[in-house]
Design a protein. Structure first.
Length: 93
């Protein structure tokens, strides 16, 4: 599974998202995921299974695949809940 963390410039927010996604995936026991970060303009040329962004960029990313939109990139509980739902782990609890 390939996950893209996306922000407007591809530097700050996307790198924080990438690190948080990797931590949450590790907590969930997911070992087969590749996480990358990029800017919004690079998104069109990059294939992924999931795109993780802030709420304000979600509509711009929807044409390129499945999107998880976050209200706050620092809240790992929001990210964890949405990732669990995406990968189907939430129903196993």
């Amino acid at each position: 599974m390939k996950i893209l963390a996306v922000c407007g410039m591809g530097i700050g927010s996307s790198m924080i998202l990438k690190i948080n996604i990797e931590k949450v995936l590790k907590d969930l026991g997911v070992t087969d995921a590749e996480v990358e970060h990029c800017d919004l303009t690079s998104l069109a040329g990059t294939k992924s299974d999931l795109i993780v962004v802030t709420n304000d960029l979600a509509d711009n990313c929807k044409p390129y695949g499945e999107v998880i939109a976050l209200a706050n990139i620092m809240k790992k509980d929001e990210l964890k809940a949405k990732l669990e739902a995406f990968i189907g782990k939430g129903s196993e609890s």
